[in-house]
Design a protein around this ligand. Sequence first.
Ligand code: UD1
Ligand code: CA
Length: 496
Amino acid sequence: MSPQQAVAAVVVLAAGQGTRMRSATPKVLHEIGGRSMLGHVLAAAAPLGAAETLVVVGAGREAVADHLAAVAPGARPVVQDEQRGSGHAAAVALAAVPDLAGPVLVVNGDAPLLREQTVTALVEAHRAAGAALTVLTARVEDPTGLGRIVRDGSGAVTGIVEERDATPEQRAITEVNAGVYVGDAAAFRGALARIGQDNDQGEVYLTDVVGLLVGDGETVAGAPAEDPDDVLGCNDRRELAARRRTLNDRVLDELMRAGVTVVDPATTWVDVTATVAADALLEPGVQLRGTTSVAAGAVVGPDSTLVDTTVGEGASVVRSHVLGAVVGPQAVVGPFSYLRPGTDLARGAKVGAFVETKNARVGEGSKVPHLSYVGDATLGRGTNVGAATVFVNYDGMAKHHTTVGDHVRIGSDTMLVAPVTVGDGAYTAAGSVITQDVPPGAMGVARAAQRNVAGWVRRRRPGSAAARAAEAATGPDVGAQADDAGGDSPNGHHDQ
Ligand code: UD1
Ligand code: CA
């Protein structure tokens, strides 16, 4: 153990079935606030700098091991074949590192609110007490379901008793076991080897090491957590919701203290992995997920979800769904925009109402204000895309790219059939289907020429409101005689 290492090993107990979750997903993989429960526990223990991090896996072991490989590749899964109890799980972990000595942190995998400072304080209390084992405790109003900390007349910890094995007097105790322990590896090994299964569940209880070590005359300390919320476990979906709420409150409190305006904390959800700068403003109904970051002066919401998205200074995102995008400084998004991965809006760009973008770079000051799809495209600066334009990127087999230059004017209802390039300063005529490149400065027109069939309405829709309106506007004679286009109908023009 090097001097920077506060403990020699971290052992996370994560093999339990989590029966009460009633889920096909292993309990410790349920997510709250941007991390799995297991991820929160590992994050809290990471600053201890342990050389070994062992995670006991059992129920859903493949899924848990895969998750570990993704989020904590340095951690080692240790398989507990049969879930015989938390004490058995800890013993299996320590058996995987037979030469390991020194202090070991053992922690339940279902403690998503555990924080770095709480773990660090526990390790420090353990060191200061010179104890063989120190257990994190909490004084709670409602201890239902948790192990009770039993102390003697002098206040010394003498044991932990599970609720189902407790006497009525013990049940009245409100100091509970958090499921977080620091102990000397040798003391753990010695005590774990002696634990029986003589309890209501017939399980090997880790908590029994406390009584055994006290019986050996060892010092066992109980260190109360500063914030009792830290120790709250999570065993079912109702607790999952409650923990999520508590975690979110903490995140928002921290943001508000740091200068972020949160208009409605009750409807604003920010992952622990997201960042928001001072003087950003979060309107009601906002979710900031994953690696999302919001810069100073930006306004997000109301009613917007941002995942893995970067929002620049002074930008605004209103009523939109934004995934894996970069929204540049002063850029404007929404209302009702859908930005998908690879969207990159430069400074001052605009993506307006009912616009979907994907893998699209929109240059500085360029605008896509209404009702468009921009997929697989690069737009230069100062360009405007008319309403109802579609970047036709998919030919049924492959996706193709469209390049639009600087200061281009794409007419409304243009179909840009990729691969195609519209040069700098070019225009396209409204309603064009552009299949060939438009050179710089040219006007691309690709639509049928218009032809008006005079008097059609009077002849074909006589007596209708339209015919009367036409007559009032033009006089009774216009278009009275039949023409050779009598078969024209609104859906069957024959132009040219
Ligand atoms: C446990 C404690 C209890 C404490 C509470 C805090 C025991 C006996 N009791 O109760 O005193 O107040 O946590 O939340 O430890 N596990 C395994 N393998 C097993 C069994 C469990 O890895 O064979 C893991 C679980 O995944 C879980 C942890 O051990 O992360 C604790 O098990 P759990 O069944 O959740 O214990 P609790 O009843 O919550
Ligand atoms: Ca538990």
